[in-house]
Design a protein around this ligand. Structure first.
Ligand SMILES: Nc1nc2c(c(=O)[nH]1)N[C@H]1C(S)=C(S)[C@@H](COP(=O)(O)OP(=O)(O)OC[C@H]3O[C@@H](n4cnc5c(=O)[nH]c(N)nc54)[C@H](O)[C@@H]3O)O[C@H]1N2
Ligand SMILES: Nc1nc2c(c(=O)[nH]1)N[C@H]1C(S)=C(S)[C@@H](COP(=O)(O)OP(=O)(O)OC[C@H]3O[C@@H](n4cnc5c(=O)[nH]c(N)nc54)[C@H](O)[C@@H]3O)O[C@H]1N2
Ligand code: SF4
Ligand SMILES: [Mo]
Length: 683
């Protein structure tokens, strides 16, 4: 270390269950190295490849360093520099004019570019509440699975991740852990060394699947059928924990009857796997203790995603797996955090207003809607932060058409000139995690983390909070809460629920969560039981019991689009973040479509060849890779490239649909049929 060098404690801001503790080495005002904090047990000194390159992203030559105003047509990416005051004055004036007619014509659009509670929906939520802007339904990632889990277990709750290390059987279900949950994978490896069996359930032979003892390469969207067949076997072989079922579950008779309709032979047909694999998995699950399931969101991006999560979430109660601390299930731990949302986000500032809600997953259609009694006012202004919808939202053709509207006023707060920023009227340079305060929950462990700024804001970049404070002032919002600084917001997020001094001194604090939280039942459902039968779903007119709901576009049925496509993330990107970091893009090379030899050969497709992937919604182009990672009938289009960095300015979302899930109003990215053809043949 040089004299001018210091090490600053932070938290990884990315949408990843691991929420690592970071140590950033700063020399002469620059972040020169980012490492995992060895003192934080979940991080254990290890970061993923992406974030170990974080300094490269922070000091990227393409960082946006000053506010920009559009000079060319929308989408052209032509801008001129403008001063902060001029930009903010104009934005405030535009918003004021629109709000005078109807503030619901203004829509925030944000997701998890940062998971921070402060730079996420902190000051921004206060601002939009006070304005009375439309609500955004933040569904794009996890809402179907979250809803399924909540209807079954009562919330986003489950096992403590550290106990997976002691499990004897681990089902890795809809998760490519090596790519997207690295620190869980380390625990699974530890369990494996101690003799545990690892089983992966995934249509793709992912980096994780190939390292497990067994891989069930089911067709996309058939998870509920598999879960019901497992239940069938648990019942007929009496591998049930009758005592746990009687005392801590609700609706067993109904579920039993439903499951008995799913003998393994029927599920094998639906899932496209050998019956033997189902029978063997059921035996292992019914007879191995403790058995743990790492469920992840990859399995809920289909029409029946909510039901599928529900079906899987029923399994641990049937075998009494919750009795052991190393048994049960984990999809998300985020519901365990006592975040004081009302104090942080101040919904009381709505002062009686009840704005309409727009679903972020249908932004394509919704930007193109005219005013109507059912919809409310046409969207006239869009404020985007922490998200890149033009690249990540489904059905790109509609999304692009919406963003290209000349009568839409768009402001984008960003680090980089993304596909979305290209459509902005104003682009405002945002600080990165290295340059601002924030506080973090996690959806993969149970620690709260504090992020300290390591370096000064680069160029003229400002934290999101600062932009919303400045707009609030210009709109005359005088509630004292708009003067709160970021450190105050950090303190507000948990109040007395978390020892803030400890966060300042150490960087994290562990929540007091019981070791085996549901050993004696006590689920946070209305009944306090694991709800196989959900009265809340029945009240919504939905099936109260979990069932298999086939994909809307399963592949193998449509004459023109016979292949099913899933589009899970490429390992070295995080959604569309990092696609512009040269060293990481270098590893990924080009956008790829994995296709099985049985599907490639009849189409005359060889590895390395450029292909068109298309359906009724659109077409994108990428490089084919004939690979055993794809199962026959299913292609894997790895995401999520920036459109402008992919061939022909397209990415995988050209072909995905805006259809929503059975529960939670989520997107169905992995419920998508396509055809694939060599590019030359069609030119
Ligand atoms: N490296 C990296 N890490 C990430 C991300 C990233 O982009 N890159 N994204 C982050 C985000 S936002 C999220 S939400 C999580 C996502 O992480 P996960 O929840 O793990 O979800 P996915 O990566 O979408 O999919 C995981 C696996 O599910 C498989 N899958 C697809 N369809 C089905 C299905 O119908 N059934 C089953 N059983 N499996 C299916 C996919 O092939 C994939 O291997 O990861 C986070 N971590
Ligand atoms: N086809 C397909 N599409 C998908 C998925 C898929 O698996 N397949 N996955 C879906 C999922 S799971 C998700 S979560 C969504 C993710 O969608 P998004 O949440 O939009 O995620 P990113 O693409 O990473 O874009 C986040 C943007 O926020 C910016 N950002 C980061 N930190 C800050 C900050 O502090 N301030 C500001 N102003 N900006 C910041 C980053 O630079 C980045 O451009 O994509 C979805 N889209
Ligand atoms: S992306 Fe995930 S694994 Fe990588 S540093 Fe961040 S929290 Fe850790
Ligand atoms: Mo996500």
């Amino acid at each position: 270390m040089t004299e001018a060098s210091l090490v600053v404690r932070g938290a990884c801001p990315h949408d990843c269950p691991d929420t690592c503790a970071l140590l950033t080495t700063v020399e002469n005002g620059r972040a020169v190295r980012v490492q995992g904090n060895p003192a934080h047990r979940h991080t254990d000194g290890v970061l993923c490849t992406k974030v170990s390159r974080y300094a490269e992203r922070t000091h990227h030559p393409d960082r946006l360093l000053q506010p920009l105003r559009r000079t060319g047509p929308k989408g052209s990416g032509r801008f001129e520099p403008v001063g902060w005051d001029e930009a903010l004055d104009d934005i405030a004036a535009r918003l004021k004019t629109i709000a005078a007619r109807d503030p619901q014509a203004i829509l925030p659009y944000s997701y998890a570019g940062t998971m921070g509670l402060v730079q996420g929906e902190g000051m921004a939520a206060r601002f939009f509440h006070r304005l009375g802007a439309s609500f955004l339904d933040r569904t794009i990632c996890a809402s179907a699975g979250s809803e399924g889990l909540t209807q079954t277990l009562g919330g986003k709750v489950g096992m403590k991740v550290e106990h997976f290390a002691e499990a004897r059987l681990i089902l890795i279900w809809g998760s490519n852990s090596i790519a997207s949950n690295l620190h869980f994978w380390k625990l699974a490896q530890q369990a494996k060394r101690d003799g545990a069996r690892l089983v992966c359930i995934d249509p793709r032979r992912s980096e994780t699947a190939e390292k497990c003892h067994e891989h069930l390469a089911i067709r996309p969207g058939t998870d509920a059928a598999l879960a019901l067949a497992l239940m069938h076997e648990l019942i007929v072989h009496d591998w049930l924990d009758h005592d746990y079922i009687a005392r801590h579950t609700l609706g067993w008779e109904g579920l039993r009857e439903r499951a008995l309709q799913w003998p393994p032979a029927r599920a094998a047909e639906v899932c496209g796997i050998p019956e033997r694999q189902i029978a063997e998995l059921a035996r292992a699950y019914g007879t191995t203790k403790p058995a743990a399931i790492r469920l992840n969101y990859g399995m809920q991006r289909v029409r029946g995603g909510g039901n599928a999560a529900r079906a899987v979430a029923c399994l641990p109660a049937l075998v009494g797996a919750w009795r052991h601390r190393a048994g049960g299930l984990l999809l998300s731990s985020s519901g365990l955090f006592p975040v004081r949302r009302a104090e942080l986000q101040r919904p009381d500032l709505l002062a009686g207003l009840a704005p309409r809600t727009i679903n972020m997953s249908t932004i394509g259609d919704d930007l193109l809607r005219e005013s109507s009694p059912a919809f409310g006012p046409k969207v006239e202004a869009l404020i985007v932060y922490n998200s890149n919808p033009v690249a990540v939202a489904p059905d790109s053709a509609q999304v692009v058409k919406g963003f290209a509207r000349d009568d839409l006023f768009t402001v984008v707060l960003e680090h980089f000139q993304t596909d979305t920023a290209d459509f902005a009227d104003y682009v405002l340079p945002a600080t990165t995690q290295h340059e601002h305060w924030d506080i973090h929950t996690s959806y993969g462990h149970t620690d709260v983390l504090l992020n300290r700024p390591a370096i000064a804001p680069q160029g003229q970049a400002r934290p999101n909070t600062e932009v919303f404070r400045a707009l609030a002032a210009r709109l005359g919002f005088d509630d004292p809460c708009f003067a709160d600084d970021d450190l105050t917001l950090c303190r507000t997020a948990f109040g007395d629920q978390v020892d803030f001094q400890r966060l300042l001194d150490v960087g994290w604090a562990t929540l007091p969560v019981p070791e085996a939280p549901y050993a004696e039942g006590g689920f946070p459902t209305p009944s306090g039981r694991c709800e196989f039968h959900s009265a809340r779903l029945a009240a919504q007119g939905l099936d109260p019991l979990p069932d298999h709901i086939p994909n809307a576009e399963p592949g193998g049925t449509h004459p023109d689009y016979p292949l099913a496509m899933i589009s899970p993330p490429a390992r070295n990107f995080l959604n569309s973040s990092f696609v512009n970091v040269a060293s990481l893009r270098g590893i990924e090379g080009q956008p790829r479509l994995e296709i099985h030899a049985d599907d490639a050969a009849p189409r005359g497709i060889a590895s390395g060849q450029m292909v068109r992937v298309f359906n009724q919604r659109g077409e994108y182009r990428c490089v084919a890779e004939v690979s055993e990672r794809a199962r026959p009938g299913v292609v894997n289009g790895l995401g999520i490239w920036w459109r402008k960095l992919g061939p022909f300015g397209t990415n995988v979302n050209e072909v995905t649909s805006q259809r929503l899930t059975d529960m939670g109003r989520g997107p169905t990215f992995y419920d998508c049929h396509v055809q694939v053809a060599p590019l030359e043949a069609s030119a």
